[in-house]
Design a protein around this ligand. Sequence first.
Ligand SMILES: Cc1cc2nc3c(=O)[nH]c(=O)nc-3n(C[C@H](O)[C@H](O)[C@H](O)COP(=O)(O)O)c2cc1C
Length: 145
Amino acid sequence: MSFLIAYASLSGNTKEVADLIAETLIAEGMEVTTYRIGGGVMPTLHQFDAMIIGSFTWGKGETPDEVKNFVADIGYKPDSVYVFGTGDTQFGGDILFCHAAVKLARFYGSTYDPLRIEQSPRGKQQKIVIEWSKGVLKHWKHLHE
Ligand SMILES: Cc1cc2nc3c(=O)[nH]c(=O)nc-3n(C[C@H](O)[C@H](O)[C@H](O)COP(=O)(O)O)c2cc1C
């Protein structure tokens, strides 16, 4: 089974989460391609079984423009989309925390809760990322059995 992990990251937190998700899925025997949104050639989505999309949150709960453009460039809503994000509760409490990820999950009709990480996943949040990634795999297998 193959995953595309597409993410946007400015200061590296979301990239760290993307890398940890990739490591976890690879350890589970999955094929994983990671793509930093806005950089290089855009991947061909239909070559993958599922997409995992990650974003930081900007402004007041906003989705970064590069993520909006990426979503528009894809041009359709793939069936299996999983969403993660990093944010900071200092910018508006729980309501705006990782709001970009929450909105993306709603947009794609994701039936698996989006992962919300406060800043860097290093330390005690690492386990949450690993568990979420394993959950993605279980969720996908359950739907496609
Ligand atoms: C100007 C600005 C606005 C932000 N607004 C929000 C916000 O509304 N909600 C949120 O959860 N995080 C917000 N953040 C925090 C970032 O999303 C957070 O630091 C994130 O981990 C950055 O990801 P990156 O390191 O991958 O670029 C904001 C950060 C900045 C600098």
